[in-house]
Structures are given as C-alpha cells and as structure tokens.
Design a protein around this ligand. Structure first.
Ligand code: PDD
Length: 286
C-alpha cells in the first residue's frame, strides 16, 4: 500500500502529491509545522498541539485554514487511511505559492501538507538503554517559541551529534542549555529535583514537556523551572528528553561523560511509565 498524504484538501498517494517550486515554504522556509505522536491509532495530546499550531500561525500571520475540529477529523482520517497504529503525524502550513518576493503575497492560499510515519515509540531500544547527547552552540533565530520551518541549525546540530556517536544535540547559549535539536531538555539533580528551562522566546513550548510536568506535579515530584548550565548537566543524577515522537527518553551520556551511573535513572523511568499510562489511557478513552 502506498503512503497516503494530505495536500491542500485532498488525500492522495505520496507519489502523486506535488508542490509548485514557487511555494514559499520551499523558497523561504516561510511556514510553520506541528508533529503529534500516535499510539493505538490515536493522536496523543492533539488538542494541545493544535493550540500551539494556532499560536504559531498567528505569530507569523498565516491564516489558519481549518478549525480545531476540522484539523482533528482530517488528521484522524489520515491516520485511518494509512492504517497507522504507532508513530508520528507531521503537519505543515506554508504561506503558499507566489512569485518570489519577501513581502506577503496579497491573496494566496496557504499550502497544507500532512503525512504519517510509522515508528515504535513504546518498545524502542533507545528507551531501554537511554541515549547519548553532545552539546553544540545554539545557532537558531530568536523566536524559537514559534514552531517554524527553516530547521537548518537543528539539521546541522543533529548531524554533528550522530557523527559523534550520539543521538541528539543539546543546544547551548550563554553557557545555559536551551533545549535539544528536536526535544525538550531536562536534568534531575542529586537531590531529586527535576530541572527544566522556563518557557520564553528561547525554546519551543514542548507539548510533551507540559504533559510530563503535569504528571510529575500530580505525583508530588519537585520541579524547578530555571536555567541550567552544561556543567550542572554533567553533574546531574539523571537526564532525559521529551518529544511527541519519543515521549520521555532517558539520556545516559552527555559529551561522552556518563550521567549518574550511565544507566536510565529511576525517576526518568517513572516519568516515562506515567507518560505511557497517560498516552495509553487517552488512546483508549476516545
Ligand atoms: N520536535 N524542542 C524542539 C526544538 C523541537 O523541535 C521539539 C519537537 C520539541 C518537543 O516538543 P513536543 O513535545 O511538542 O514534540 C522541543 C518534533 C518532534 C520534530 O521536529 O520532529
């Protein structure tokens, strides 16, 4: 079965989906995107992702082509048509097709693209063993709270990580960790406190971050929303990342140095279980 994608109102085989060369997403990276986890054929935290999409579109002044209910039914239809049980749904909106010019085109419809990717999130080897990260300078623009296209800095950072034998890059600015190349960054201190950078223009407001913090709070774990340095991360008891495509993933090495005893830590494992419980529960509820 060929992959079915959604493009500008139609569901069609990926090979038949065509975007004009003058699309501003292609020429300028002029657009925003979202990515949702799928478990048991259901979208995880979808409402929160759609709220963030509305915000991203608003910040870059692209009209939202669909209501939240319309987005949801299109996403669910795409998941259904691809028979996707577990993985990721990618959604992108660009400012559309127009003669190349920096200024907004006058009357252009946004380009809307969605596709799915199958991926084992629950039983991933990375979740069992934990992953390694390296630190690299954060070269991105100053509105990282917008989930915008133009991911060149992240592409270079993540490629450097893999070339160094790691799986993710932690981005560092002014001596402080901002976030991962495509994930939110957390450490747990030796005193058992979960430390995560507060929301600002410097990082993406991660949806998985938000859900994980809510679960941690319900469980009575201590959370400190503050900046942390790379040195503090090197000295932490545990570290982990969160993202829609990984949920909660242990980090066992930073820049070649083991975190704690070099194995996924107990609090990280607990948070992962809590998140899986929530995702499984919400996956069954609908
Ligand atoms: N990335 N920070 C950055 C820079 C990200 O790109 C992402 C997500 C996150 C985590 O956000 P969330 O929990 O909402 O997925 C944090 C997605 C998965 C991607 O680009 O593929």
């Amino acid at each position: 079965m060929s992959r079915i994608v959604f493009l500008n109102g139609s569901f069609l085989p990926a090979e038949q989906a065509r975007i004009p060369v003058m699309d501003r997403g292609f020429l300028f990276g002029d657009g925003v995107y979202e990515g949702m986890g799928v478990l048991g054929g259901r979208l995880i935290d979808n409402e929160a992702h759609l709220v963030r999409l509305e915000r991203s579109l608003g910040e870059v002044r692209i009209a939202n082509p669909y209501s939240r209910a319309e987005w949801t039914s299109l996403e669910e239809e795409l998941v259904r048509r691809n028979g996707l049980a577990e993985g990721f749904l990618y959604l992108q909106v660009t400012r559309g097709v127009a003669e190349r010019d920096f200024l907004f085109p006058k009357s252009t419809e946004p380009t809307v693209l969605m596709f799915t990717q199958a991926k084992s999130i629950v039983h991933s080897p990375a979740a069992e063993t934990g992953i390694s990260v390296i630190s690299v300078p954060d070269l991105r623009w100053k509105r990282r709270d917008i989930k915008s296209l133009s991911l060149l800095a992240q592409v270079l950072a993540k490629q450097a990580a893999v070339e160094a034998g790691a799986q993710e890059a932690w981005l560092v600015e002014d001596g402080f960790v901002t976030e991962g190349g495509s994930s939110s960054a957390f450490i747990i201190t030796k005193a058992g406190s979960i430390v995560v950078r507060p929301l600002s223009h410097a990082i993406l407001p991660g949806i998985t971050r938000q859900s994980t913090l809510a679960l941690a709070q319900e469980t009575g774990l201590t959370i400190e929303e503050r900046l942390f340095t790379l040195e503090e991360a090197h000295d932490a008891a545990e570290a982990f990342l969160t993202s829609a495509s990984n949920f909660v993933l242990p980090i066992v090495s930073i820049d070649g140095r083991p975190v704690g005893n070099g194995k996924p830590g107990p609090l990280t494992r607990r948070l992962r279980e809590l998140y899986l419980g929530m995702a499984g529960a919400s996956a069954e509820a609908a």
